[in-house]
Design a protein around this ligand. Structure first.
Ligand SMILES: [Zn+2]
Length: 461
């Protein structure tokens, strides 16, 4: 596996590499002390408390009691809002906390009548004006459901689905707001997920309408349990679902050129997933990010989908093996088997580790330069070398670019070589573009690297 954040780079434009299969020597990964601090500050106890509080509302069904003082979704929304406000106060007002409330029109069968839906949004503005507006989003949904999707009154504690994700997002906001990032971070608690992804769709739609530059969206949904339905415990794995070619791609889409170049496995969500996996290996080595090349599980969806549909790179974290007796079930016992999504079945230390993976990924990517733009691979003549070019990044503390490559059949980057910041064209000698998949990343002086960008084909020299 490629090292997470190697620092050394060759200050030459032409990198000579012998033998395509020979692994590049991996420099010792160096980690950022601020990010190590962020990771260690994530508290399983605070996450546990948040999950218990959220599960203590009778139900958080989207059609339940909207009153802020009630024991339905209105009460839960008001508690989440207050927690974000508290986190903001503790970080000197650095988080901007807003309610994104809208009237959801009837959408049968799950929204039979008009209902008001509220997303709670905490924004930590980025520090770097150039390029402005780069945004990373992390979400969990605070609504819950019982067996019948329209049952707005039966107890629906939703501890794993998805108090675990909401509690993680709250904890990320608490811890991460004490540090500075180049890009803007948005901590998002959405509702209406169980009724048709209504809250996330509304927010993503607004983001698209204002042309928001969302570089990454991390959905945390069902991240609370390390125990499978058969009782097997795996505390060291989190699944990360990453879409390939979107089902909505049209023939005039830029994605067609991706497919023509054999890049169907190198969509932005997949490059994002590879980056997250590498970052986790450096900062949370106890956790294996099991990347799954699929948008989501069969028959299921999540809040990353409305972002994907609008062209944003979005991925979903979910526990290693779900126990479906714990999800979308009335709390009851049948033949001695307990059903229902109660907090007793949540592994709070495991949820905290998933939150740590999120924290490290968000911190590295928000501190890193923007992914390089205009990345191209020269295809003007027949040759056995590989020449890549890209547009210069604008960040003043840019340190260089990293060329990464792998076998076309390999899932993750296998080789890398670094070039200096003033280089925007380089040749990898002895490695044929015909045989490998290439990408280009940008990194800063502290070693924070962007996700890789797959090159388009350039037919002139
Ligand atoms: Zn869910």
């Amino acid at each position: 596996m490629r090292a997470g954040a190697p620092f050394l780079f060759a200050a030459v434009a032409l990198a000579a590499v012998r033998g395509a299969e020979a692994p590049t020597p991996s420099p010792t990964p160096v980690t950022d002390p601020d990010i190590r601090r962020i990771v260690s500050d994530i508290s399983a106890e605070r996450i546990q408390r948040s999950i218990f509080v959220l599960a203590s509302f009778k139900t958080r069904h989207t059609l339940s009691d909207p009153l802020p003082s009630g024991d339905g979704i209105g009460g839960a929304a008001s508690w989440v809002h207050a927690e974000f406000e508290r986190a903001s106060a503790e970080s000197g007002g650095r988080l901007k906390v807003e309610l994104d409330t809208f009237d959801q029109r009837p959408a049968p069968p799950r929204i039979p009548q008009q209902v008001q839906i509220t997303n709670i949004v905490a924004t930590l503005p980025g520090t770097q004006p150039d390029p402005a507006g780069r945004t990373l989003v992390v979400s969990g949904h605070y609504d819950s459901r019982a067996t019948n999707p329209l049952d707005a009154t039966s107890p629906a504690p939703g501890a794993d689905d998805d108090a675990s994700g909401t509690a993680s997002v709250l904890e990320l906001a608490r811890v991460m707001s004490h540090f500075k990032y180049r890009a803007t971070l948005v901590f998002l608690a959405v509702a209406g997920e169980e009724q048709g992804l209504n809250g996330s769709t509304h927010w993503a739609q607004d983001a698209k309408a204002r042309n928001a530059d969302i570089e990454a969206m991390l959905d945390n949904d069902i991240v609370g349990s390390s125990r499978s339905e058969s009782g097997q415990v795996d505390r060291g794995t989190v699944r990360l679902f990453a879409q390939g070619i979107p089902p909505t791609a049209t023939p005039d889409d830029a994605l067609l050129s991706l497919i023509r170049a054999g890049g169907e496995n190198d969509t932005p969500p997949r490059e994002l997933a590879r980056a997250i996996r590498d970052i986790a290996a450096s900062y949370v080595p106890s956790m294996n990010v099991r990347v799954i090349y699929r948008a989501d599980r069969y028959l299921r969806g999540g809040d990353h989908l409305p972002f994907l549909e609008r062209g944003y790179p979005a991925v979903r974290f979910t526990e290693p093996a779900e126990d479906f007796r714990r999800q979308h079930q009335d709390v009851r016992e049948e033949k001695g088997v307990p059903y229902g999504d109660v907090p007793d079945h949540v592994d709070f230390a495991y949820t905290a580790d998933v939150a740590r993976v999120n924290a490290a990924a968000l911190a590295v990517l928000a501190m890193a330069p923007a992914p390089p733009s205009g990345v191209q691979i020269e295809t003007a003549r027949l040759e056995n070398d590989t020449t890549l070019r890209w547009s210069p990044n604008a960040e003043p503390d840019l340190a260089g670019y990293r060329i990464v490559w792998r076998e076309t059949t390999a899932p993750f980057w296998e080789h890398s070589t670094d070039v200096a910041k003033d280089v925007t064209r380089t040749t990898i000698r002895g490695v044929s573009k015909d045989n490998m998949v290439f990408g280009v990343e940008a990194f800063d002086a502290a070693g924070h690297a962007s996700p890789a960008v797959f090159p388009s084909a350039r037919r002139t020299l």
